[in-house]
Write a protein that binds this ligand. Structure first.
Ligand code: 6K6
Length: 136
């Protein structure tokens, strides 16, 4: 299974350590195409050696190639929202991971779309068991 993991970069890197843990866990189920999302050295400025055009082309090609999109959506990100909508237009299976927190709600544009499989969780331990239930 080829997994496209999406997580916020320029939207904010507060959850970057969690992304890395999720990516490493997802490797139990298949090949994760997007390990850079968990790159601890990457700031919200999101600048590495690639141009924005190269990033867009590479990522949209990977979404075409992926069997499933798994997006961590707790930190709102325009890029992640775009990737989800792009993957939906290609009829990909889409799983959204949302960490519940007081005073915060997931966008209705995601929550209200019944094609998306949404996993609500409160910590990484719980997320691991919920992912196991889904994929094992
Ligand atoms: C190279 C190596 C590590 O980071 C880079 C350069 N930046 C990006 N590389 C690859 N994908 C990116 C990069 N910046 C954003 N994305 C894609 O958009 C990722 O797949 C994320 O899921 C999503 C994040 O969007 P923003 O709007 O939060 O940046």
């Amino acid at each position: 299974m080829k997994i496209y993991f999406a997580g916020s970069i320029r939207g904010g890197r507060e959850d970057k350590d969690l992304y890395l843990e999720i990516i490493n866990f997802l490797k139990n189920y298949g090949e994760v195409l997007t390990e850079h999302v968990g790159d601890k050295s990457l700031s919200s400025y999101g600048q590495k050696s690639m141009t924005d055009e190269e990033i867009y082309t590479k990522d949209t090609n990977w979404i075409h190639e992926a069997d499933i999109i798994i997006a961590e959506v707790s930190t709102p990100s325009l890029g992640v929202g775009y990737e989800i909508a792009f993957a939906e237009s290609l009829n990909k299976r889409i799983v959204l991971l949302y960490r519940e927190a007081e005073g915060k709600r997931l966008s209705a544009m995601l929550k209200g779309n019944n094609k998306f499989e949404i996993i609500n969780y409160s910590n990484f331990e719980e997320l691991k068991s919920l992912l196991d239930l889904k994929f094992k």
